[in-house]
Write a new protein. Structure first.
Length: 289
């Protein structure tokens, strides 16, 4: 894991919001009693960090806007948004409070074409079974077996769909809200919101995940003490990762290090990020495992 202590600046040009703009989703959770301390003037007490390179997850389609996107450019874009929340690059390992591990990529949703094929098979089996029941020459047992097979295929596809949705819901931070607004909540009038959440996790989405650990616990005690995780994502369709990264981070930044009661879905303003050449201020030594 590479630990970068700093990166250069980036700028975000934001145009006026349009009615057809897309939504970014943010989820943030604090752990182990973590809470931002405030100074006398009401601002957050500064905390220092080093970056850790996390995992990149490639999507199911060729996408030059994210494939090969350098980690240093990613953290270069991220650093100014952390600074706005008084998270500052550490001058050296001895002065480091946090290790912020950054993961990024594209989700791999369930392939609904497979589910559609299973539905077609079921419909054909139902028609065949109904026809068999009205035709003396037909073999009802054989037709019922075809119908049973089609039903089993549908159930298998539904399980695969549920598994894919659960995996992406956990990755994007949707799990809590989907549990909250599912089942009985849908009967109480939240069905539309629940279906919006399902539609999100069943689409290809760009995501960035910041996972913050206590650096001293990691370096001295060799323990991974998780302090907070913030996740932000937007739909791939109609967007480019390299153009929307800054807007995603601008929306997520106010929630860095905070514990949200649920998912935040916010309009992404139109804008493009100008990313300069990456500059590493220093490299922190990797803690021994």
């Amino acid at each position: 894991m590479m630990l970068a202590l700093g990166a250069g600046a980036a700028s975000l040009a934001v145009a006026p919001a349009a009615a057809d703009e897309i939504l970014a989703s943010v989820n943030s959770t604090a752990y182990n009693g973590y809470a931002r301390a405030k100074q006398a003037d009401g601002t957050f007490k500064p905390e220092t960090y080093a970056f850790g390179q996390g995992h990149y997850l490639s999507g199911q389609m060729h996408d030059p806007s994210i494939e090969g996107f350098p980690f240093l450019k990613l953290v270069q874009t991220l650093a100014p948004y952390l600074a706005r929340q008084n998270y500052l690059p550490a001058p050296g390992p001895a002065q480091t409070d946090l290790i912020i591990v950054v993961h990024w990529g594209t989700t791999v949703p369930y392939n609904d074409a497979t589910y559609g094929s299973a539905v077609d098979s079921l419909q054909k089996a139902q028609i065949s079974d109904a026809t068999a029941g009205a035709t003396a020459e037909a073999s009802p047992g054989q037709q019922s077996s075809e119908l049973t097979g089609a039903l089993m295929e549908i159930q298998a596809e539904k399980r695969q769909r549920d598994l894919a949705n659960a995996r992406n819901a956990a990755l994007l931070g949707y799990q809590g809200d989907m549990n909250r607004y599912g089942d009985l909540a849908r009967l109480a009038g939240f069905g539309s919101h629940y279906h919006d959440l399902v539609a999100d996790v069943e689409e290809d989405r760009y995501f960035v995940i910041l996972t913050a650990y206590d650096y001293r616990a990691l370096s001295k005690e060799k323990k991974r003490k998780l302090l907070w995780i913030t996740r932000v994502s937007i739909v791939v369709r109609g967007n480019r990762f390299d153009e929307q990264l800054g807007a995603m981070l601008a929306i997520a930044a106010p929630y860095f290090g905070h514990d949200l009661p649920g998912l935040v879905r916010q309009t992404v303003p139109e804008g493009k990020v100008k990313i300069g050449e990456p500059k590493v201020i220093g490299i922190a030594p990797e803690p021994h495992k």
